[in-house]
Design a protein around this ligand. Structure first.
Ligand code: DSN
Length: 421
């Protein structure tokens, strides 16, 4: 047998595919030279990336550890067991499935396990911060289930759990989904759990955005309240691109396992599962709680700085890693703001704000997140700088000397805080 240290990731490779590696080089330079404010992105460790570049990518392993449909799975079984055990420990759950290729595929499996096609599902409206896989008519969820949505209140721009309860009592869903992709406030999973019990529904929590904050102790865990918890592993959790499902009930996990394979997927990506195992180990380290706390502290200061400069923060602030910034006080659309910020090497995405008057292709806001910039080492003082840069360019979007100055200062900060030292 080869030395265990001899893996594809540490064999030296002489690249032959010039066009491909040129693009990878350019993307590396882009990430190093820009501040990544997309709330769903992060920068993984080198070890996470190394795990994805191993010979595990060569292996078919349909099934689960100890029960595979292919021979030669004895070592990938070890990898998947490590990933599952660490996921359970990290989220305090009795059961885990680490095979979903993405958050949406985790949600497909969870809905298949909890409901029958055409059953009713109550979930947060996409326009108010939900997610495509929570009932968009063109997504599998909206195609195969009957969805109704709840949203935030017009005055507070927050969820009101009494209104969610009223919607659940009226709609009588088989499943209630909680979780969001553009909601900056804490989510009361205990209240969701109580409502689900009262109306006889299952509770499915999609904690994709906040998984790292839950792991790091900065957001209460949904695990004690939900029948099933899905998530992605690449956002605040800072692992490889992929999905994860945890729950406490063995029978529910049996249904999930068969909904993942053969229900919605074939062979698991063993190289990605290895990288998930690495990320879970990193998140179990006490340094990850420090990271999660800094992510939230940075978001708060960034939101306060932007508000002080005349931008409107939806709901008045943030409790997590992200904020929605209403850019209409600057007489801009979200699309304009995204483009202006991109021109000074600040990467973000336009986003609908609740009760938006603009269509999604324009939107009235941008969504900003601090997970990636915190990974590269930025702290509160940098957030004040960043907030002022954002306000400077949005206040004068056509002023080229402002843009040149800000782009130069952003570049300097990026060089002082390299991602991969
Ligand atoms: N696309 C992700 C996000 O940006 O929030 C959700 O899947």
């Amino acid at each position: 047998m080869q030395s265990p240290s001899l893996t594809a990731s540490n064999l030296s490779v002489r690249p032959t595919d010039e066009a491909l590696w040129a693009a990878v080089g350019q993307e590396t330079a882009r990430q190093e030279g820009q501040l990544e404010l997309i709330a769903s992105e992060n920068h993984t460790s080198r070890e996470v990336m190394a795990a994805m570049g191993t010979v595990l990518t060569n292996k078919y392993a349909e099934g689960y550890p100890g029960k595979r449909y292919y021979g030669g799975c004895e070592f990938v079984d070890v990898v998947e067991d490590l990933a599952r055990d660490r996921a359970k420990q990290l989220f305090g759950a009795a059961q885990a499935n680490v095979q979903p290729h993405s958050g949406t595929q985790a949600n497909i499996a969870a809905l298949m396990a909890l409901a029958k096609p055409r059953d009713r599902v109550l979930a947060m409206s996409l326009d108010h911060g939900g997610h495509l896989s929570h009932g968009h008519p063109k997504n599998f969820s909206g195609v195969f289930y009957e969805f109704k949505s709840y949203g935030v209140e017009k005055d507070t721009e927050r969820l009101d759990m009494n209104r969610v309860r009223e919607a659940a009592l009226e709609f009588k869903p088989a499943v209630i989904m909680a979780g969001a992709s553009a909601y900056s406030r804490g989510i009361d999973f205990a209240a969701f759990g109580a409502i689900a019990k009262e109306v006889g529904a299952k509770l499915l929590v999609d904690q994709a955005h906040i998984a790292g904050l839950v792991a790091g102790g900065k957001h209460p865990s949904p695990v004690p309240h939900a029948d099933v918890v899905t998530m992605t592993t690449h956002k605040t959790l800072r692992g490889p691109r992929g999905g994860l499902i945890v729950c406490n009930d063995e029978n529910v996990m049996k249904a999930i396992n068969s909904a993942v394979f053969p229900g919605g997927q074939g062979g698991p990506f063993m190289h990605v599962i290895a990288a998930k195992a690495v990320a879970f180990r990193e998140a179990l380290d006490k340094s990850f709680a420090v990271y999660a706390a800094q992510v939230c502290a940075n978001a708060k200061v960034l939101a306060e700085t932007l508000a002080a400069r005349g931008l409107r923060i939806v709901s008045g602030g943030t409790d997590n890693h992200l904020m929605l910034v209403d850019v209409t006080p600057m007489k801009l659309t979200g699309k304009d703001a995204e483009n202006v910020l991109h021109s000074v090497d600040l990467t973000c995405n336009k986003n609908l704000i609740p009760y938006d008057q603009n269509p999604p292709s324009k939107a009235s806001g941008v969504r900003l997140g601090t997970a990636a910039i915190t990974t590269r080492g930025l702290k509160e003082a940098h957030m004040r700088q960043l907030g002022n840069w954002i306000a400077d360019v949005l206040a004068e979007p056509t002023n080229t000397s402002v843009a040149t100055r800000v782009r130069g200062e952003v570049g300097e900060l990026c060089r002082s805080f390299p991602i991969y030292r």
